[in-house]
Write a protein that binds this ligand. Structure first.
Ligand SMILES: [Zn+2]
Length: 88
């Protein structure tokens, strides 16, 4: 594990920057089921300023593609990236 958010709800396991893309993989706590963490992957474009790809194993994501877990992983990844590595 690379990083855990202060509230313990977001764990980053992988974080890499490729040119203007930020690739993150991690686990995000379910809000309805205690002790359940969803597996989440995202690809964010610094150039376009939005998620260009993302996946999560929650139910919402299987219907709508995007879910709050992907957004939480993005938010924590953007805030924590410089703490993890200066090159991120
Ligand atoms: Zn989700």
């Amino acid at each position: 594990m690379l990083y855990v958010s202060r509230n313990g709800k977001v764990r980053i396991n992988y974080l890499k920057r490729e040119d203007s893309l930020l690739i993150a993989k991690g686990e995000v706590a379910s809000s309805s089921k205690p002790n359940l963490f969803h597996k989440v992957e995202i690809v964010y474009s610094f150039e376009k300023k939005y998620l260009i790809r993302g996946s999560c194993d929650c139910e919402i994501s299987s219907f709508y593609g995007i879910c709050k877990h992907q957004l939480m992983l993005l938010y924590v990844s953007l805030r924590a990236r410089k703490k993890i590595s200066k090159t991120l």
